[in-house]
Design a binder for this molecule. Structure first.
Ligand code: M6R
Length: 366
């Protein structure tokens, strides 16, 4: 049932090229440069006339929501707020009929997310679900939505659910950006062609598993780790830290790289591994200077860079290369090495990878 893999988590990590392709199927028609999603088409006026989009979710799904904030604002110029469902539902939030709420949940059963949906509906908002489990409570409770089609995710640590959530949300952002004119036809086409390459690129990336494993062996006994990223990759830093925490029980913090000097920099010494996403677009130069600051405090730097990088390679202790793509699509790639890294560290530490202590796959109580 584990398809020859030692753990469900590893199987699910390796299923991602197929899972992302399944998420595209029938939706992204790359040869025609089209995105067809009836759930968005049928509600296009609601999305395009929305005052704002409010995304509610928990855990890894909340991280996918954060990536979506960057995607929707950049591609479709629609204001987005991302909320922990548990906070949103209890703080007497301002919700109007002009708001669109997107609820993201792998299981479709998360109690806080479900309650947030019910609250938003009672205030007249249009609620759209992004779920993996077909027929789940959240899929039924929302007005409309899109399934991620990742297939069953058994490992408690979410992997393919995360990348397929980002895939669906990217398709929606692109579609809305095209519909409201925020994206030119050319930019839209470029994105589709680059998106279309992602499954193959993930497949390529999975081949570096041994390299990631050798890095895992060096840092498996660390007591604390920092994960840094900026822009589209800030949420990937949060997700990388969560993956490490939940299956290896090593304390890890994710931060926007520039926030480092507002506190966490005090933690840095020669015992602190720092995982930095430094892809060659967006905020590259700024991240390079963050890396230099770490270096001068003797922190250990493991950097995720774009293939062909030279600048970061000179400074970092280890680098992991990802294939080149549009900056907005990099989270689908940069997250893969972090999944593998956490997996290998947890295995090396003899932890129960698929069923970490104290955690349940779906959190049906608040
Ligand atoms: O099923 P959901 O997506 O609603 O679950 C939300 C979180 O409980 C979940 O993402 C959790 O954080 C995972 N264990 C992360 O790997």
């Amino acid at each position: 049932e584990k398809g020859g893999y030692d753990h469900f988590m590893l199987k699910e990590i390796h299923e991602q090229p197929k899972a992302i392709t399944d998420t595209f199927r029938g939706r992204m028609l790359a040869d025609k440069n089209m995105i067809k999603m009836s759930s968005v088409d049928l509600n296009l006026d609601k999305f395009l006339n929305a005052n704002r989009i409010i995304i509610v979710a928990c855990g890894t799904s909340w991280h996918a929501g954060l990536v979506a904030e960057y995607l929707f604002e950049d591609m479709a110029r629609i204001p987005v707020e991302v909320e922990y469902a548990s906070e949103f539902r209890y703080r007497n939030p301002i919700i109007t009929e002009k708001d669109v709420v997107i609820a993201i949940s792998q299981s479709g059963e998360t109690a806080d997310t479900l309650a947030a949906i019910k609250l938003a509906k009672s205030k007249g908002a249009f609620v759209y679900g992004v779920c993996n489990v077909v027929g789940s409570s959240i899929a039924r409770e929302t007005h409309s939505g899109a399934y991620t089609h990742a297939g069953p995710e058994i490992g408690v640590a979410s992997t393919k659910a995360f990348t397929t959530q980002i895939t669906v949300l990217t398709l929606i952002a692109l579609k809305l950006g095209k519909a409201n004119g925020s994206l030119s036809d050319q930019a839209f086409k470029d994105y589709i062609q680059k998106m279309n390459r992602i499954p193959k690129q993930v497949e390529e990336l999975l081949k570096i598993d041994d390299h990631v494993k050798s890095i895992a062996a060096v840092y498996k006994d660390a007591k604390n780790c920092l994960y840094l990223g900026r822009g589209f990759n800030f949420p990937v830093a949060l997700e990388g830290a969560l993956k490490l925490k939940e299956i290896s029980y090593i304390h890890a913090e994710g931060y926007p790289a520039a926030e480092m000097k507002h506190g966490p920099i005090a933690l840095i010494d020669e015992n602190m591994p720092i995982f930095v996403i430094a892809t060659n677009k967006g905020h590259y130069e700024k991240v390079v200077s963050n890396i230099q600051e770490i270096k001068s405090r003797a922190g250990k730097i493991i950097a995720i860079v774009t293939v062909g990088d030279t600048q970061v390679k000179e400074i970092a202790d280890h680098t992991i290369e990802i294939p080149d793509t549009q900056e907005a699509l990099t989270p689908l790639l940069t997250t893969i090495p972090f999944q593998l890294l956490s997996y290998h560290i947890a295995v090396m530490l003899n932890k129960n990878v698929d069923q970490p202590r104290n955690l349940a796959k779906s959190v049906t109580v608040e």
